[in-house]
Design a protein around this ligand. Structure first.
Ligand code: PFF
Length: 467
């Protein structure tokens, strides 16, 4: 245990465990499923380069700000903020920034588990394929590509199956959150993250050698300035926060289980670097196959689920590779959904003085209800437009509204408040005692947190939402 002696809470068993768990939280469906889909829908290279800029100039400073609030507070996210505020002589109401995060994490985990359910479905599809045609040949032998692409719409049409699979994924998440930090959450991260990296590299290597590598590089890394609209910028900011688990108090929550020996500056750089590398590798993994198969890059949510199975058809051992790929996506998704569920669970435990078990069960049940609504928004509730009054969300169904509001409003807003709190409100002595950086790096970080991040985020949000 590495928590301070004043705090008998459960915590990460080592520095490596914290790093792996935080990377586990960051790397997930955001990198593998959402990043390629967003890049494809927002013009490719312009989005990707602006995304990288957002990670470096906004994401990393906010990541460090969140982890330091958590480590200092050693409590649930809202309580950690209150502690730092009290010790700085500021209003405890600053906890609103974490309160909003708790709500967003709850909203995200509900639709996140629905997508986790899609992953389970494809794991099942490939197991079935191995059982039917054996492991040696490609996947789905003798079936036309349209049949394979039709799997996802087929699942979307079956509300009961989709809601059921989402609930199974949520139940798995709940299991690990109930076991607690060192025995549950940390276990998932330390075993599954290394397995994930090995599989990702192997599959990307294969796709790159056999697919359209050149076209992919040109698509992802050619910067066409005219494509950089305010909406594309907001999408990139939202994606950066989603991917780094920021603006929803996720990193405050995980930082609170870290001990004094962790250098937060260094750790934030490792987490941000690993997360961005995985997102780019995911792009390099998926687009060569998309181009080679002549599929549309703007396919959005379907991109990963429809393009890759088609590619696996033509690979030797395709069904085994398909199975391995979706297992890997499932692992990555699980280490993130566990982080998401932990945010409201740790808050409710503390707020209502209940056990981890009770808190997780109640929060999980609520997320399950919302998740079923999100799942049904692909079929029975397809016509429901919960945010019809807000122009950019006018056409969003329940699922898209949960995703859009959290990524485009709550996360950037949470990040702005975090920056103002850490940069202007909190006692600099407290902040500097936690952040583990010095010299010019410290000056740069402070300037980014005080001026650049809040200003840039406010402008991008303003133009992206109302421009
Ligand atoms: N960062 C995760 C992903 O990229 O899939 C999603 C996420 C996890 C967001 C945890 C927020 C969070 F607190």
């Amino acid at each position: 245990m590495v928590t301070t002696s004043a705090s008998p809470r459960d915590g990460w068993s080592s520095r490596t465990a914290f790093v792996l768990a935080a990377i586990g939280s960051a790397v997930g469906l955001g990198n593998l499923w959402r990043f390629p889909a967003e890049a494809g829908q927002n013009g490719g290279g312009a989005f990707v380069l602006f995304y990288i800029l957002c990670v470096a100039l906004i994401g990393l400073p906010v990541l460090l700000s969140e982890t330091l609030i958590g480590r200092h507070g050693q409590a649930s996210a809202p309580e950690s903020v209150r502690r730092m505020a009290r010790e700085s002589g500021a209003s405890a109401h600053w906890d609103v920034l974490a309160g909003m995060g708790v709500l967003s994490a709850f909203m995200i985990v509900s639709f996140y588990c629905v997508v986790g359910g899609w992953v389970l479905y494809y794991v099942g599809v490939f197991i079935n394929d191995i059982a039917q045609t054996g492991a040696g040949g490609g996947a789905f032998e003798g079936r036309p590509a349209e049949d394979i692409e039709a799997l996802l719409p087929g699942l979307f049409g079956n509300g009961t199956l989709m809601a059921g699979l989402g609930l199974v994924f949520l139940a798995i998440t709940l299991f690990f959150v109930m076991r607690g930090v060192s025995k549950g959450i940390e276990w998932v991260a330390t075993w599954l993250m290394p397995a994930f990296f090995v599989l990702l590299i192997a599959i990307t290597g294969y796709g790159f050698v056999t697919g359209e590598a050149e076209e992919t590089i040109a698509y992802l890394f050619t910067f066409d300035f005219s494509k950089l609209t305010p909406q594309v910028m907001l999408a990139a900011v939202g994606q950066a926060f989603f991917s780094l688990s920021l603006g929803v108090a996720g990193m405050i929550t995980y930082g609170a289980y870290a001990g004094r020996e962790v250098n937060l500056g260094q750790t934030s750089a490792i987490i941000g670097g690993a997360d961005t590398a995985v997102a780019l590798i995911a792009g390099l993994c998926i687009f060569p196959i998309v181009f080679a198969a002549g599929l549309s890059v703007t396919a959005g949510p379907g991109l990963m689920f429809q393009s890759l199975p088609v590619a696996f058809q033509n690979m030797p051992f395709g069904s085994v590779i398909g199975f391995a790929f979706f297992m890997m996506v499932g692992f990555a998704a699980l280490t993130s959904s566990v982080a998401l569920l932990e945010v409201p669970t740790s808050w409710a435990m503390e707020r209502f003085g209940v056990s981890r078990m009770v808190s997780a069960l109640v929060v999980g049940t609520g997320a399950g209800v919302l998740g079923v609504l999100a799942a049904l928004s692909f079929n029975d509730l397809a016509e429901v437009r919960p945010l019809a009054m807000i122009p950019i969300f006018a056409n969003a169904n329940i699922f898209d509204a949960l995703d859009g509001v959290t990524a485009k409003i709550f996360m950037p807003l949470g990040a702005i408040l975090t920056c103002v709190f850490v940069g202007w409100v909190a006692d600099p002595a407290l902040v500097d005692g936690e952040n583990g950086i010095g010299g010019w790096l410290h000056q740069t970080w402070r300037a980014l947190v005080r001026y650049v991040c809040p200003a840039v985020l406010a402008v991008i949000m303003g133009f992206g939402l109302f421009g």
